[in-house]
Design a protein around this ligand. Structure first.
Ligand SMILES: [Cu+2]
Length: 108
């Protein structure tokens, strides 16, 4: 009995961590259309080999709240104009399960 209770307690602790990332608004076609709106972000890491950037971003209207996450770049060359720590404006588009940055530029 004690073991069973422990297992239940553990799953209760683990669940919110998983739910957090699933709560991204992905796979919700109704919200995808709104994803074109520009949002503010800050470049945390650039992975040129994978063509991804880790951004700390503000709210993306009708799409997701502020968080730090990785996005795929539509064109890996877009990373050339960026460096870690840059404040940026960017727009995101949903393609299947991927969130793709269609445009990104340094914030004025
Ligand atoms: Cu996000």
């Amino acid at each position: 009995m004690k073991k069973l209770l422990l297992a239940t307690a553990l799953s209760l602790v683990a669940a919110p961590a998983l739910a957090q990332h699933a709560g991204h608004g992905m796979a919700k076609p109704a919200t995808a259309a709104a994803a074109g709106e520009p949002a503010d972000g800050e470049v945390r890491r650039i992975d040129k080999a994978r063509g991804t950037v880790l951004l700390k971003h503000g709210e993306i209207k009708n799409f997701m709240g502020p968080m730090t996450m990785s996005f795929k770049l539509k064109d890996p060359k877009m990373a050339d104009q960026l460096k870690e720590g840059d404040k940026v404006k960017f727009a995101v588009e949903q393609k299947g399960d991927d969130l793709i940055i269609t445009s990104i530029s340094k914030a004025p």
